[in-house]
Design a protein around this ligand. Sequence first.
Ligand SMILES: Nc1ncnc2c1ncn2[C@@H]1O[C@H](COP(=O)(O)OP(=O)(O)OP(=O)(O)O)[C@@H](O)[C@H]1O
Length: 280
Amino acid sequence: MTMTTNLTNQAHPALVLDVQDVHKHFTLHLRDGRTLPVLQRVSLQVHAGECVALVGASGQGKSTLMKCLYGSYGVGGGRMLVHTPDGTLDMATATPHQVLGLRRRDMAYVSQFLRAVPRVPAIDVVAERLLQADPRLSDVGATASDADWAEAAQAARARAAVLFARLNLPAALWELPPATFSGGEQQRVNIARGFIQPARLLLLDEPTASLDARNRRVVIELIEEAKAAGTAVVGIFHDEEVRDAVASRCIPMPTIGHDSQCTAAPATLQAALQPETLTP
Ligand SMILES: Nc1ncnc2c1ncn2[C@@H]1O[C@H](COP(=O)(O)OP(=O)(O)OP(=O)(O)O)[C@@H](O)[C@H]1O
């Protein structure tokens, strides 16, 4: 299917993510195969330009849902449709090849922890994301020359440097591998990698957990810029100040085993809650 909806149409923003009745349980193989239900009847929609915050108590499956949306975890049932100009992909049934293709250009994920390849400088960890997304370099049949690669790499490193400067990452660290960086420094590398390539769908799992107030404000700005550019954002923000600043809507995670109950959201969020978007 080909999408014809204009992302920049503010009156009718395009549907980007359509999660329908997703279920998931973990099988605990070291515990006699016991099953642990984690997600039950999760449904939500996210449109271009909005940020939907997942809320719920610790252990309710928010991070698990993020990993399912990103294609790292499989699901037991339901659909997770991601609409792009090239068509629609159901992450519940997508092949690894399709998942990698979507991640390359249309979907970004900022996880709580940086998993960088050892010995790669921080600036290249971030710049690489742009190179992967460049069709001249990465598409099947691409015929980029060494000079094209060098030019693209230089431009990507320059863009990474701009983001690092915005995120107040000391320049002395840019050429060092991030394995020994502090938690907050690693998180800023992760954020720069997540934001450097404009994405249609951006998944943020606690992006400000290790940051000071100044850098939290930068992340709020980056999220607002992404929304303005038409990115659909799904986020987990335990920091209520950040959540209140960026969330267009909050969606409570369904409570396992309670068919029609939603977990109560913090008082500051009650007004923003729209339970009708959830199928408990
Ligand atoms: N790989 C796994 N194998 C088995 N159980 C898991 C796995 N990952 C998560 N769980 C369990 O699934 C449940 C949901 O975990 P998850 O991390 O998604 O919760 P959360 O809502 O994001 O919590 P928090 O707000 O504390 O980060 C927890 O009970 C957790 O122990």
